[in-house]
Design a protein around this ligand. Structure first.
Ligand code: ADP
Ligand code: MG
Length: 320
């Protein structure tokens, strides 16, 4: 190990503002030593971002730092967990201090927002790759698993669907206008994990997942693991004006149904808890929209307002 690795860690990485009382030993020793509160279970998740696969070379480092942590926080949100600690494995082609400063700025700003302390990691040289492991606390009796949905449960999503997919589509077509499409681009580059929503929903929802790969695919995990199926009502899907316009123009539904990177939550709620959910919706700073229902019959069916079915895989509307 060369000396510059130590100073990179001390000067640029170990600069977390959040200092949690449950961190007995943080960055600087061979291990972090951490205390889980009595009665809670530890929820752990990890995600890797690889240059050229998950982001383009030369992507903004502040956004990358934000996104690397945000996608992990989104997994905690989907379990209804409270975030606590993160570890970070960084592989970088060179000791680029300006890049690292910007990356840590994005990472730590989001960490501080959710009270997360960076407690350890690893720093090596190689093709740019970022792995974050996140740790949080769940009430073992209230966590939202993927296998808890029951026929008759209503299906909801937080926020709106398809914005990140539209931003990516415009970017790839060279049609993205940074000023005009600022809000769309922010959904793609700087997603907001639904932590508060997940923690509040844990006592009401029977199952949940975060939407990283598209609604149909991710809801597919819930229905398969819960041994049931679902119908989605297309006209209920919450979409921004821009996404609605893109759907109308292309006459297909792939943006809200199958584009990724939304990082909203999809969750199921027993019909008798709808009122409780509405009370919660009134205090949350985020829309909760009912989009369909869980059914006994396996598979996912998407229906238009007129009751016509569409091909779920492509999101293409054969009937319009
Ligand atoms: P070791 O050789 O014992 O694995 P390192 O020299 O790799 O330890 O790391 C020294 C300390 O710095 C450890 O506490 C480690 O967790 C922390 N650390 C190293 N890289 C990172 C990183 N990218 N993010 C957070 N902490 C890190
Ligand atoms: Mg090491």
């Amino acid at each position: 190990m060369i000396l510059s690795e130590f100073s990179l860690i001390d000067d640029y990485i170990a600069t977390s503002a959040t200092m949690r009382p449950d961190v007995c030993v943080g960055i600087g020793d061979d291990c972090a030593v951490l205390e889980v509160p009595t009665g809670k279970s530890l929820a752990v998740s990890m995600d890797t971002l690889v240059a050229g696969r998950h982001f383009i070379d030369g992507a903004d480092a502040v956004n990358l730092g934000h996104k690397a942590l945000a996608v992990n926080l989104s997994d905690l949100a989907a379990m209804g967990a409270e975030p606590a600690w993160a570890t970070l494995s960084l592989t970088m082609p060179e000791a680029d201090v300006l890049w690292l400063q910007a990356f840590m700025q994005g990472f730590l700003a989001l960490a501080d927002r959710f009270g997360v302390q960076l407690v350890g990691g690893d720093t090596t040289r190689g093709p740019l790759s970022i792995t974050v492991q996140i740790h949080g606390f769940v009430d073992p009796c209230q966590m939202m698993r993927r296998d808890g949905a029951q026929p008759g449960d209503l299906i909801y999503v937080t926020g709106s669907l398809g914005d990140a997919g539209l931003a990516l589509r415009l970017q790839q077509a060279g049609k993205l206008d940074i000023v005009h499409h600022q809000q769309l681009l922010q959904r793609l580059d700087s997603p907001a994990p639904r932590i508060t929503e997940g923690m509040q929903l844990a006592s009401i929802a029977t199952a949940a997942i975060d939407l990283s790969d598209g609604l149909v695919g991710d809801l597919g995990h819930i229905v398969r693991q819960s041994n049931c199926g679902a119908t989605i009502e297309l006209q209920r899907l919450p979409c921004s004006t821009a996404v609605k316009a893109a759907i109308a123009e292309s006459n297909e539904w792939s943006l809200p149904l199958s584009s990724g990177d939304d990082y909203e939550l999809c969750f199921t709620v027993p019909a008798e808890k709808q009122q409780q959910l509405q009370q919660l919706a009134a205090i949350l700073d985020c829309p909760l929209t009912r989009i369909g229902v869980i059914e006994q019959k396996s598979g996912i069916r998407c229906v238009t307002a007129e009751g016509a079915g569409i091909d779920v895989k492509s999101g293409y509307d054969h009937f319009r």
